[in-house]
Structures are given as C-alpha cells and as structure tokens.
Design a protein around this ligand. Structure first.
Ligand code: NAD
Ligand code: UGA
Length: 442
C-alpha cells in the first residue's frame, strides 16, 4: 500500500520505516527541511537501536523516502498518518495546533480525482479530536472529496521502538466506517498482531487510559518504596512478590526516580484535564503526579543529608536520557536532578552514552562537565548518582570506580547496581526502597 506519514520524529520515523520493512511504500514528510535533508543523506536525527540499518535497507529497496512536500505525498498515498507533536499547554491541556495545521494542509491539497483517502491520527490526542479533524477536512477540502478519519494510537517505547512496532501486543484501530477499518487492517496484516477494532473515540481514549495506567503502576511502586524505606523492607522483593500474580505482572513495577519522557508526564496531565472538561475528574491521577514529583525530592533530600552541604561538593551523575537506549532528554529526571545540584552549588560531572548533545541543549546556562567516559566522570567525586537505567552502569567495574572517587558513596536512583558488589568494592550503597548498605569496618 502507499502510505504517507506526516511528522518524522520518534514515532513517524520509526513507524514509517517499519511499514516499509513489511513491504509498504512509504513517504515520510516533515516540515523541518534540515531533518529531511540529513535523512536523505543517511544521517539519523535521533538515536534508536536498530533503526538506522532498517532505514538504509528500505531506502535502497525504494520503499522509503523523505520529503518536505506534503502535497505530493497526499496525492500519491491512499492513507495519510499524522504523527506530529501534541505538547502540553501551560494549564495541562493538549496543544492541538500541530494537528490542526496538518489537517488543514491535507484538506487544502485533497481533490476528488485522487480518490478515497484515509487520514489517520497516530499522535496522542484527547478524545473527540478525530471529529475535529473531520470537521476541518469537510470545511476546507474541495467539494466531492471522499475521506474517512481514523484513530490508530501508537504504543511504542523509545529505546525499543523497532521491536515494539514489529511485534506489537495489539494494534488499536478506531474507525466509524467499515471501508476505512478494512483498509487499515490490510496495513497491519503483515504484522500478525491482534487487532482491537473499536469506534474512533474509544481508540483515542484507550491511548490516554493506557499511558496513565502505566504511570499509575510506576507511582504505586514508588509510593510503596517510600514505605519500604521506613519499614526496612526491600521494594525489589515486594515487586517480585506481587508481580508474580499474573493479574498484577512484574512489568512497570521498577521503583526509581519517577517517570519522565515526552509522554507519561504530558499524557497524565492531559488525561486529568480531559476528564475535568468532561465533568468526570480523575482525581486519582493527581496523586500519581504528586508521588512522581516527590520521588525525586526524597532522593535529593537523602543525598543532601549524606553530603550535608552540596555547595562545592563534587557530584558525578551517570545518565542524562529519560531512560536507557535513547538520546531523548525530554522531561528527563536526570536533567532535573542536575539542574537542582547546579543551583545548589555542586560541581557536577555527567556521562551518558547517547544523550550528551541533546542534554547540553537542555542544560544551556548550567555549568557542568560532560565526560566521554563513564569512569572519568567519577574522578575525585564525593558521590556517584545513577540517574538513568543504562545497562552499562549495572555492569560497571566498581573497583575501578572506587579507585577514582574521592569518597566511596553511591546513590543508585534506578536500583540497577548490585548492592553487595558495591559494598565489596568498598562503597556505601544507597538505593530506592531498600536498606542502605555499608562496607564492614574490619
Ligand atoms: P517528535 O517531536 O519527535 O516528532 C514530531 C515531528 O513532527 C518533528 O520532526 C516535527 O518537525 C514534525 N512536524 C511538526 N509539525 C509539522 C508539520 N506541520 N508538517 C510536517 N511535520 C511536522 O514527536 P514524537 O515523539 O514522534 O511524538 C509524536 C506524537 O506521537 C505525539 O502525540 C506523542 O505523544 C505520540 N507518541 C509518542 C511516542 C514516543 O515514544 N515518542 C510514543 C507513542 C505516541
Ligand atoms: C511510554 C509507554 O511505555 C509507551 O507504551 C507509549 O507508547 C509511550 O510512552 C508514549 O506514549 O509516548 P516511553 O516514554 O518511551 O514509553 O518509555 P517507558 O519505557 O514507558 O519509560 C517511561 C519512564 O518511566 C522512564 O522515565 C522510565 O525510567 C520510567 N519507568 C518505566 C520507571 O520508572 N519504572 C518502570 O518500571 C518503567
């Protein structure tokens, strides 16, 4: 099938590439000319494991192309996916101006002679947005144009986007027309995934409800981690014990510094706002947000207590990205922690395998040292903070780190370092929801 994807970001680029990989002809459109040009030259605008090879092979197979020309993409493609940003407004509501702009652009170029078209919303949007998109197309498209609007929310995770897209747990398609539903099912047929066929508005709501539920799970285990710290229990054992119940499951029960990223924070806020607007306020989600913010504060307070005064203390931070396997730092808790440390006068050095450049843009105006090597980052430090769950931090040579640091203190905000190993290497080891461990004095 001929598919156009408008918006070539984390979602648009990976989705478009995976559609090409299963045999569709895909045109990825973006209004950022520099991004399109660099993709044409084979340069990746983002880091996402396995994506680059797939792009190269599908471009050379002639199934994937990049352009700024939305009009020609809409002309030649039966289905047009919208994957542009839906950032939060100041009041937590969703900024739909990108969706509106693209809908208008699509409407302006549609002509009856092109034949039937489907416009698919892949961005995360409030329930009822699809009706508004239909309205825009009806208002501005030439008379006689035949279009259906569909909702097809995306559930990929950054860092494992290719695997998530090629092997989805389910594909949600929300359509109010059988013709559109049948064509959408053909798009996904090669993926061999269960398809959830629903109406347009239910599909839109599924996405906000899913992300909010996952955020709720994380906040739940983080709230339990605070209880564990007071009680002297171990949150990892608690997560294991409750997670073995299939009704609960162990997934997304990793206690830590709280959730970050471009989606959970904005989508929880967005869902709260939507529910209030609809007169059915989801108060529960306000507590989810409160716990999430509190998790970082509790952690910082423990670091402060340990170092007493942060001013002029040398702090090494491992991790800048909002999670492992990505260069994305949007709403990264690691970045928030670094900002706070700098504001309180600490001397910060930081290391991340992929997010150094994106972080430096976000941290403009903050004075810190970016290191090329995770061990160098710890030289002379008085504390090491692990802020992102990269695997290489879990596998670090702690003896080497101990030799480099000035004081032997680790604060593991992601519970990924083996505590006993840290103690064996001579460290005091502090983590989330577990007893602190100290080297023996003999
Ligand atoms: P992104 O910022 O990485 O990419 C968006 C792209 O759209 C950018 O390249 C931008 O230049 C382009 N764009 C903006 N306006 C345009 C226009 N008028 N015409 C053409 N291109 C335009 O965003 P993202 O992370 O890919 O997220 C996109 C949507 O998908 C959001 O609604 C998000 O909530 C949702 N989503 C994101 C993820 C994720 O993991 N990032 C997962 C699922 C859903
Ligand atoms: C999340 C969802 O998992 C995707 O299904 C969804 O498509 C996407 O949001 C979206 O709508 O954009 P993503 O934000 O890429 O994906 O990454 P996650 O793996 O969900 O992690 C989000 C945050 O939660 C990270 O900061 C991570 O460190 C944190 N997290 C995750 C925890 O603290 N504990 C966990 O158990 C899991």
């Amino acid at each position: 099938m001929n598919l156009a994807i408008i918006g070539t970001g984390y979602v648009g680029l990976t989705t478009g590439t995976c559609f090409a990989e299963v045999g569709h002809n895909v045109v990825c459109v973006d209004n950022n000319a520099a991004k399109v040009e660099s993709l044409r030259q084979g340069k990746m605008p983002i880091y996402e494991p396995d994506l680059e090879d797939l792009i190269v092979s599908n471009v050379s197979a002639g199934r994937l192309e990049f352009t700024t020309d939305l009009a020609s993409a809409v002309k030649k493609c039966d289905i047009v996916f919208i994957a542009v940003p839906t950032p939060p407004n100041e009041d937590g509501s969703v900024d739909l101006s990108y969706i509106e702009a693209v809908s208008h652009e699509i409407a302006d170029v549609l002509k009856p002679e092109y034949g039937y078209r489907i416009v698919v919303d892949k961005s995360t949007v409030p329930v009822s947005t699809g009706s508004k998109v239909s309205q825009v197309i009806e208002r501005y498209a030439a008379p006689g144009v035949e279009v259906d609007v569909v909702s097809n929310p995306e559930f990929l995770r950054e860092g494992s986007a290719v695997g998530d897209l090629m092997n989805p747990d389910r594909v949600v398609i929300g359509a109010d027309s059988q013709r559109a539903m049948d064509m959408m099912k053909r798009v996904y047929q090669p993926f061999n995934a269960p398809i959830v066929e629903v109406d347009l508005h239910s599909a839109e709501l599924i996405k906000h409800a899913a992300n909010s539920f996952l955020a709720l799970k994380i906040s739940y285990i983080n709230a339990v981690s605070a209880v564990c710290e007071k009680a002297g229990a171990d949150v990892e054992l608690v997560a294991k014990g409750i997670g073995m119940d299939k009704r609960i499951s162990r997934h997304f029960l990793n206690a830590g510094l709280g959730y970050g990223g471009s989606c959970f924070p904005k989508d929880v806020k967005g869902f709260i706002h939507i529910s209030e607007q609809l007169g059915a306020p989801l108060e529960l989600l306000k507590e989810v947000e409160r716990i999430n913010a509190g998790q970082m504060e509790r952690f910082l307070e423990r670091v402060r207590e340990k170092l007493w005064v942060l001013r002029n203390k040398k702090v090494a931070v491992w991790g800048l990205a909002f999670k492992q396997n990505t260069d994305d730092v949007r709403e990264s808790v690691a970045i928030k922690i670094i900002k706070r440390l700098c504001e309180e006068g600490a001397i910060v050095s930081a290391y991340d395998p992929k997010a150094r450049e994106t972080a430096a843009r976000d941290l403009q105006g903050y004075e810190l040292t970016y290191c090329d090597d995770m061990y160098e980052c710890t030289r002379d430090a008085e504390v090491l903070i692990v802020a992102t769950e990269w695997k290489q931090f879990a596998n670090a040579n702690l003896m080497k780190v101990r030799e480099l640091m000035h004081l032997p203190i680790i604060f593991d905000g992601r519970n990924i370092i083996h505590g006993e190993n840290a103690v064996h290497a001579g460290f005091e080891y502090h983590s989330i929801g577990r007893k602190s461990l100290y080297p023996s004095r003999d």
